[in-house]
Design a protein around this ligand. Sequence first.
Ligand code: ADQ
Length: 463
Amino acid sequence: MASSGKSELVVLANRLPVRKVDTGPSGDQWATSPGGLVSALAPILRERGGSWVGWPGDTGEAPKPFTHDGIRNVPVGLTSGELEAFYYGFCNRTIWPLFHDAVRPPEFHRRWWWPYVEMNSRFASAAAKRLSEDGTAWVHDYQLMLAPQMIRMKKPGARIGFFLHIPWPPEELFAQIPWRRQIVEGLLAADVVGFQTKLAAINFARAARRLTEATGSDSELRYRGRKVLVRAFPISIDTERYEQLAESETVLERVLSLREMLGPERRVILGVDRLDYTKGIDVRLRSFEELLSRGTVSASNTVFVQVAVPSREQVDEYTHERESIERVVGRINGAFTEPGRVPVHYLYRSLPVEELVAYYLLADVLMVTPYRDGMNLVAKEYVASRRDGSGVLVLSEFAGAANELRGSLLVNPHDIDGMAQALEAALHLPKAEVGKRMSALRRVVRRHSVFNWADAFLKAVAA
Ligand code: ADQ
């Protein structure tokens, strides 16, 4: 922490890196949230005396800033009306579908835009208060696309980086949003605008040149006398942590007991996702159904485990998606269950990471089949967990991860026949081929962890 009490590094993200676990007589009790982003940034923030600005997760008045585990947390409050309009409205019914190739129609409402502006300004003010004059602000994701400009106005000498965790859509799709110029201008105030893929970076640079006076190339723009670096920084995971979990006794014991329960003789196909309509959960189940109908597999020799974490249940499209997935699961199990052998195990809940890794170790095949995904960390977690070099990854070509994970079987989630074919191939791939592909995948994930990612991004911002 600088002597002024200001931070040299301030992270802004929709959520704080902690969640409230209890409110007792001694005040609120917080626990660090699990996840790669938090574990990558926590050591950097601790070392640099940094602050993290975010929403604590409850509506109403925000708690006062507090330090937890060596990190200064700066909570930003939201009323329930703001949560509705800003988060469930503009973020998750306008931006989220639009930026995921409009797999559901995005909704454009002026009554959601103003809360988005207001929330960005609240986050930016909280950050600017903390930031030293020449400090660094790292703004995360689609909830805060106006914040770079708002911080720049208050701290002209700051270094500002923005990273988008989701895709940036093609020019003609992005052009639909009535506030397209404001959003692009919001981002152009950053020194570095980072994306998961090169394609997203190019899409952004094109939108910037078309909608504003920005000039320059796809990787470096000039805007109002400043240079803006536009680049892909593919995010990754804490690879070592997954490798360690995969050989821990708790996990290995759990693998044995799960295998016993599922049926030791059965092949296991796995899906793990936040329940989201972008993830293509329905389509992968239908490709499995296709193989069951053709008699290529049966409930006695194969089981599909789908783990789905409840997500954004307040948004209608998510409840519809859940219902549609549950209908497919019911239909498959109704038609293909054999005595004592259910073909699809569907778990609608969040699992502790040890349990998740146990499933990764059990799975002969992992299916990651989004219609569009910024990166997809589940694919990388699976690869990191497969220390023995076995396991096949079936991966959508529309996931950011497909650019790096070339050892996977790439599929088009819009093509059910192609998906069924790929799943069948995955189940029958010769052992040598499985090993070759998995070791190629493991090389990528071991070479590139979330720590390298954070480091590369911050170096680019400092340059
Ligand atoms: P998400 O859309 O949430 O992230 P993803 O990258 O797959 O998608 O991350 C999901 C995380 O949740 C993984 O770490 C996974 O282990 C965990 N998870 C999933 N199901 C779980 C379950 N049932 N129980 C417990 N944990 C579960 C957004 C973008 C992605 C991008 C990330 C990071 O949409 O494209 O990769 O941010 O930038």
